[in-house]
Ligand binder design. Structure first.
Ligand SMILES: NC(=O)c1ccc[n+]([C@@H]2O[C@H](COP(=O)([O-])OP(=O)(O)OC[C@H]3O[C@@H](n4cnc5c(N)ncnc54)[C@H](O)[C@@H]3O)[C@@H](O)[C@H]2O)c1
Length: 254
């Protein structure tokens, strides 16, 4: 498609599915050598050059994987943290194990992979980290306490690492997508969730859910030198959901 990542090595976590898979595909099309990391095996036709089957909560395994990637591919120029899990449950009913699982993957996992990659980026005084946060990192959504909190943490992890590693030449940003049609959100296709999905879609001012390729396009921007002065930002990719509210939907009258 282009050459916006020509000569770059990118590590994408969560590369087996959804947004991570779309990032791996788009980055490869743009000339990057892509290392995939996921709990799951690589999907058929994955454009990745190497694959590491790792749980992002396992620090020793991450440290080994990052060392192997650097040995095999030379360096890591771009990191996309897209591994993540969804969770439903309000603060008064959620079990402790679920809180630990969701915070563990979404927040601790993002930190752990970043920890072992950013050191190497800082040594070279170059690199771009793109975290998958969410609109749920910016505003509250009912009934999803652990997910909401984990994504708020990712936004602040992004801003915190921006302060520490900007001077070392590493840019750190995050994306805040709205509802994106991926396996993560397939549960909303269940008829039991029809009203929730309809309402959620309606909140997007563009009147539809997004596609993983639309998030990958924004990740490409943040990863590439086109974003050379973009640092510490939380970029919404949400069809306008967080921009404002309409009093009347198209076609409705007072
Ligand atoms: N889909 C959406 O509507 C949406 C919206 C905003 C943010 N996000 C975020 O984007 C990211 C990607 O979501 P998606 O929709 O592509 O989800 P997805 O379920 O399609 O893909 C997530 C991937 O993460 C992997 N994964 C899960 N736990 C892991 C672990 N412990 N270690 C390693 N890999 C693990 C899964 O195997 C899967 O391949 C997530 O962080 C998600 O929270 C998604």
């Amino acid at each position: 498609m282009g050459d916006r990542l020509a000569g770059k090595v990118a590590l994408v976590t969560g590369a087996a599915s959804g947004i991570g898979a779309a990032c791996a595909a788009r980055f490869a099309e743009e000339g990057a050598v892509v290392a995939g990391l996921d709990l799951a095996a690589p999907p058929d036709g994955s454009p990745t050059t190497g694959w590491w089957t790792v749980d992002v909560r396992d620090e020793a395994a991450i440290e080994r994987a990052v060392a192997e990637i650097v040995d095999q591919l030379g360096r890591i120029d771009v990191l996309v943290n897209a591994a993540g899990v969804l969770s439903i449950g309000a603060a008064d009913t959620m079990e402790r194990e679920e809180w630990d699982r969701v915070l563990g993957v979404n927040l601790t996992g993002t930190w752990l992979v970043s920890k072992h990659v950013v050191r190497r980026m800082a040594e070279r005084h170059a690199g771009s980290i793109v975290n998958l946060a969410s609109i749920e990192g910016l505003i509250g959504f009912s009934g999803q306490t652990a997910y909401n909190v984990s994504k708020g943490g990712v936004v602040l992890l992004t801003r915190n690492m921006a302060t520490d590693f900007g001077p070392a030449g590493v840019r750190v940003n995050c994306l805040c997508p709205g509802l994106i049609d991926t396996p993560l959100t397939a549960i909303l296709r269940d008829p039991a969730f029809a009203r929730v999905r309809d309402r959620f879609v309606e909140w997007h001012l563009l009147g539809r859910a997004g596609q993983p390729e639309e998030v990958a396009a924004a990740a490409l921007f943040l990863a590439s030198d086109d974003a050379s002065f973009v640092h510490g930002t939380a970029l919404t990719v949400d069809g306008g959901l967080t921009a404002g509210r309409r009093f009347l939907n198209p076609g409705e009258e007072l």
